[in-house]
Design a protein around this ligand. Structure first.
Ligand code: SF4
Length: 188
């Protein structure tokens, strides 16, 4: 594939999506960067819902992220809890209002209808190809992959049909397995 054409397609798709999300967010008084933080927190697991992980995922400084999270908290879209084992660690969770704002904005309807217009087989192939492309880009740039737990090298299926994280040794639920994680290492 021609990289110039690829760049153009990806950029145009990203711009279209970003414009729709930005509009929807602003209609609810939420700035684009705040919307990105909300979206990340809705998808990450319990090891990754900290301010440091948000900064890593968004590629922003801790100061900027701290300000962003402060606004979200002040507006009742995010709430903080303290880690039960380490009181210095703070975890961030979406409030019902935060979830509602997010669900109204992401993914935008224009993307949902464009995807649903493709045959199911093409949808699967496209998703796999985009995932592979993202992984290659992350590896080439030495970035954390933040992939879904079930695709991590540490993800284990135990003999009693349970899921376990080989890194933390904790049991994982079905829902945990689909969330993204800052400790994720691709299994292939
Ligand atoms: S298995 Fe991997 S992705 Fe899942 S919680 Fe453990 S380190 Fe994170």
């Amino acid at each position: 594939m021609n990289p110039n054409e690829m760049y153009e397609y990806v950029e145009r798709i990203a711009n279209l999506i970003r414009t729709r999300v930005r509009k929807a967010g602003l209609a609810n008084g939420v700035q684009p960067v705040q919307m990105e933080a909300l979206h990340y927190l809705s998808r990450c697991n319990r090891y990754s819902n900290t301010p440091v992980a948000v900064a890593e995922f968004l590629g922003l400084t801790k100061g900027t992220v701290s300000q962003t999270l402060g606004v979200l908290e002040d507006n009742g879209l995010v709430e903080k809890t303290t880690d039960s084992r380490d009181r210095r660690v703070v975890h961030l969770h979406l409030t019902p209002s935060g979830t509602q704002v997010l669900e109204q904005s992401i993914p935008p309807d224009v993307l949902k209808s464009a995807i649903s217009a493709l045959p199911a087989k093409e949808q699967r192939q496209l998703e796999e190809s985009i995932q592979r492309l993202l992984l290659c880009l992350q590896r080439a740039n030495g970035l954390k992959t933040f992939g879904p737990c079930r695709t991590c090298v540490h993800h284990q299926l135990t003999g009693d049909a349970q899921r376990r994280c080989g890194l933390t040794r904790e049991i994982l639920t079905e829902s945990d397995a689909s969330k993204i994680c800052r400790e994720h290492i691709p299994s292939d």
